[in-house]
Design a protein around this ligand. Structure first.
Ligand SMILES: [Zn+2]
Length: 91
């Protein structure tokens, strides 16, 4: 990808790009479009960035679900052990 600042990139893409959709460099770099030192676009933000918006919902859900899954798996194991003991008694 050529090193372009957001303004130059927006120009080449047709002027409808959202500034928040891109990741920018931390340092100033030479823009290949306008020839000025600006923060250049490194890449487009991925899928995980959009999921982070919903972390307020996802984290509590994980906190609730994890103990439930743990309890469920413990119950299944206990059930299996009890069944196995009964099976052994019959023999
Ligand atoms: Zn530029």
């Amino acid at each position: 990808m050529a090193e372009l600042c957001f303004d130059c990139l927006n120009e080449t893409m047709g002027g409808k790009e959202d500034r928040r959709k891109y990741v920018y460099s931390d340092y100033l770099d030479l823009c290949e479009g306008c020839g000025q030192y600006k923060k250049v676009v490194l890449c487009k933000r991925g899928f995980l960035y959009y999921i982070r918006k919903f972390r307020i919902i996802i984290y509590p859900l994980m906190l609730i679900c994890f103990p439930l899954i743990l309890i469920y798996s413990l119950c299944v194991r206990l059930y299996c052990v009890i069944k196995f003991k009964k099976y052994k008694k019959h023999k």
